[in-house]
Design a protein around this ligand. Sequence first.
Ligand SMILES: Cc1cc2nc3c(=O)[nH]c(=O)nc-3n(C[C@H](O)[C@H](O)[C@H](O)COP(=O)(O)OP(=O)(O)OC[C@H]3O[C@@H](n4cnc5c(N)ncnc54)[C@H](O)[C@@H]3O)c2cc1C
Length: 453
Amino acid sequence: MADLPAALRAAVPGLTVLDDPDVMDAYRRDQAPGLPAGRPAAVVMPEDTAQVAAAVATAAAHGAPIVVRGAGSGLAGAANAVDGCLILSTQRMNRILAVDPAERLATVQPGVINADLRQAVAAQGLFYPPDPGSYEMCTVGGNAATNAGGMCCVKYGVTGDYVRGLEAVLADGSVLRTGRRTVKGVAGYDLTHLLVGSEGTLAVITELTLALRPAPMQPRTIIGQFATTAAAGAAVTEVLASAADPSILEIIDATTLRAIEAWQPLGVEADTAAMVIAQSDSARQDEDLRLIEAAFHEATEVIVADDAAESEMLMQARRLAYPALERLGATLLDDVAVPLPELVALIEGVEAIAAGHGMTVGIFGHAGDGNMHPTVVYPHGDAEAEKLAFTVFDEIVALALRLGGTVTGEHGVGLLKRSWLDRELDETARRTQRAVKAALDPAGLLNPGKAIA
Ligand SMILES: Cc1cc2nc3c(=O)[nH]c(=O)nc-3n(C[C@H](O)[C@H](O)[C@H](O)COP(=O)(O)OP(=O)(O)OC[C@H]3O[C@@H](n4cnc5c(N)ncnc54)[C@H](O)[C@@H]3O)c2cc1C
């Protein structure tokens, strides 16, 4: 593939093409540990759709695989390079093309950082809800390609719920427009939501039309500490069964709380088995908080924030959850989701798996939608421990499937969960997925080896 960089420079005027192996090293993998990453033949940074289309057509003519890369913040190895591939970075496609307050729409290039979009629309009294924890670095194109979630999903849903339409470059370099600007529209297959979550395996997203909402109220936070996981789970169920409309409903287990207390003490009682954190950003916030407090009736302690500053302080525990576990060693972050009635069974099952292997596993996540992040912690640079960590990780995924859940709630399949698709999907579903891939990418050049079984 030595002539791919030269061919790209010749075919696409003005395109930034990198081929220095040391420089390209930074573009080889995402944030998932322990997964293979190949050596790219070239990295390109197109600035518009025409450059993407020409780069894809050139790579296809050379038979080179194409791996699209947003910010590389993924946690499933989905953006990892394969040998001889073209890495197509969207980092220079970072323009917000339009914000329309009347239609409540934004049109953006895929490399726009999530936080930049949120800030830009907030200036017009609007709100772009999808809020992955990585929002200050990840791109909206990456968010659409992984159908990213975050903390607000319990009320606002996931990225795909805000994608009205897409422009995308297909594997042969042609440009596809899907979807619409209008709220309604049922003409043809829903190709927009076929591409959402497709992890760069079906097309390169080059423009997104995104729905916005009116800005919500400044959220207020409430936390409850519980002596048993079952009591915390019951509180979550009661909140969801009530008339409250929480914008966040999160849970943190005892292992994670201990890691936080050891680092930045927040005054969590030593015998707390779980903490539940909720927020309301609705116009009837006082009523929401009253209902949530009532649902926390088994809590050993409840704190309701009076103002924005106190709300932020109470959110600290949730924000510190993953960094606190990371301080303990290398981490392997899982992303399973289970039906809500199985939340406590999942947490208690993970605790039993951890104890059985003598491993540390902290659990935190989105209680309101059943999406948990059990995080296996093991010593840095210890190959045996890493192997055991993957065994524990697999047992957790198997548990989630037994409980009627899914192997990935929001991080995607990538390389990490590929073998698990065989377990989650039946043969008809796998065959259908392969048929879709073959129809859109017959030569199998777009992100090969990722996302589908
Ligand atoms: C600290 C931290 C917190 C996180 N929190 C969350 C969370 O709360 N919720 C959540 O869902 N995820 C979370 N993530 C995971 C990650 O940030 C998301 O998956 C995010 O959507 C990836 O965006 P990205 O721009 O970094 O994409 P990348 O990692 O670069 O790519 C991800 C996938 O999308 C494809 N892709 C990227 N851009 C395009 C495009 N334009 N066209 C086609 N395919 C494309 C890539 O090929 C790859 O398959 C977190 C990650 C970190 C490091």
